[in-house]
Write a protein that binds this ligand. Sequence first.
Ligand code: RET
Length: 307
Amino acid sequence: MSGNQAINANRYVGQQANLQITHRGSDWYYTVCAMMGATTLIAMGLAFRRPQTHRLFHYLTASITAVACVSYFAMGSNLGQLPILVEFVRRRNRQVGSAGTREIFYARYIDWFITTPLLLLELLLTAGVPTPTILVTLFADVLMIVCGLIGALTQTRYKWGFWTFGMAALFFIAYELLYDARRHANVLGGDPKKTFWTCGIWLLLLWFLYPIAWGLSEGGNVIHPDSEAIFYGILDVLAKIGFAGLLLWGHRKTSPRNIGRNIIEPDQLFEKHGQDDGVTSQSGGAPSNISGSTAGAGHPTATPTQV
Ligand code: RET
């Protein structure tokens, strides 16, 4: 037998929904899987051409696309799914008339649970925002994804309650980016500011399309799981690969210092303190920061002026 056998091969792995992806949906998921895998390799290849201190965004990007690669492999193989009773049975609709139960990919939410905080982290690091702001924004993000997952696994109209909580979290994220992060990025100026603006607008425009895709697929059972695959697939390619391209290009000349991160090589540490003990003590006895988690020279987070 030739061609894509995934749906056949995995038909006894767990229960199957009446309405699920076809070979075409599976092919498309595998295509996105390959694109994510290729982007991971490219990001890693680009990382190795730069000094270790300048690889933060490359490593974050590669992690994001690597997770997506695995999740798309699962979905292409018709795995990481559950059949869920639909709230709206649309008997007369040729696309979704057979549901009954609809295939819900929880694999998608595991992917988003890991990767959306990393995407936001890239943007917030670009803007040089303080750690508490990063934490609260990432918290809102994981809450949003959990709401989406629970809603997708719910048959009754209560699913829309979870969708509403998720939307509230998304608006909070938008507020943090448009208000707090924007002010910090403007103080940084230069390439980080430009990159923040380009990537921030790109991210916000795309992220607001996800709840629409959800409403048409897991929520309202309006479109076929193959169309759901295309809708989410295009969004994920733009939100991960497109975003990565803009971000890595924007940061091609950025050094950690430009975004307030004091990341240095071990030999730089030696030069600075004349010792070779890894984590060298500073004059006051506090350990120096080689991980880059605290504000470095020129960190802008003190009091950004309103811009
Ligand atoms: C859900 C449903 C609940 C309400 C909201 C949602 C938003 C999801 C978003 C997902 C972004 C995913 C990305 C993936 C990248 O590959 C969970 C669909 C608001 C914004 C960027």
